[in-house]
Design a protein around this ligand. Structure first.
Ligand code: SIN
Length: 199
């Protein structure tokens, strides 16, 4: 179901006492920032695992045929690698629109590779949001991603983009890489062609 969390997020003003704030990106914000930032640094947050369990009705799918994109699920002790951006407060307004389909701003500590740490923001679509899809068999998720397309482009680009940056960063994320392998295998089997994907 289509949701709009932008108004809730606007009410969640945080770090108002600072000129800039840190934002942790793990999905589209990892491989396709698309917003101005003052600094970007690879970072890790603890207690969360990346999962392609969120529906996308506005970017990588449509309300009639939602795509499948990343969110974070609670996982005590787990570490999730991504990219931290130092941004100014104005950047949050367009980000709230971009992330409106179920994602809420949360605060989190983020660890940098040099051993330093900062508090910052992360957008998470929790399982209570109406666009949450949850787990499914790997092959089903892979086929779903291979077939989906939305205003921001084919869903497969999102998965390949996240996987490519994780590879560049030297990060092992078994969920992402297994999904990528399964999607490429599904496509190679000729189950779909570009025409069907574009439909
Ligand atoms: C993120 O990338 O940090 C949030 C989810 C998304 O935009 O894909």
């Amino acid at each position: 179901m289509v949701v709009d969390t932008s108004a809730v997020n606007r009410g969640r003003a945080v770090f108002a006492d600072r000129d800039s704030l840190w934002l942790f990106g793990y999905g589209s914000l990892l491989y396709k920032a698309g917003f101005p930032y003052l600094e970007a640094r690879p970072a890790t947050i603890t207690g969360w695992t990346r999962r392609f369990w969120q529906g996308s009705h506005d970017h990588r799918g449509t309300p009639e045929a939602p795509g499948r994109v990343a969110t974070l699920v609670e996982d005590a002790g787990a570490r999730c690698a991504g990219m931290a951006y130092r941004i100014t407060h104005e950047v949050l307004e367009p980000l709230d629109i971009r992330e409106k389909n179920g994602y809420l701003r949360f605060t989190t500590p983020m660890d940098f590779h040099d051993g330093t740490m900062e508090q910052g923001l992360v957008y998470i679509a929790t399982e209570s949001n109406a666009a949450f899809l949850g787990a499914a068999p790997l092959g089903d998720m892979a086929a779903h991603i291979a077939r989906s397309i939305g205003p921001s482009g084919p869903n497969r680009e999102y998965l390949l983009g996240v996987a490519a940056v994780l590879r560049e960063l030297g990060v092992d994320d078994p969920h992402v890489f297994a999904l990528e392998d399964a999607m490429l295998a599904w496509e190679a089997d000729g189950v779909t062609g570009a025409g069907e994907r574009a439909g």
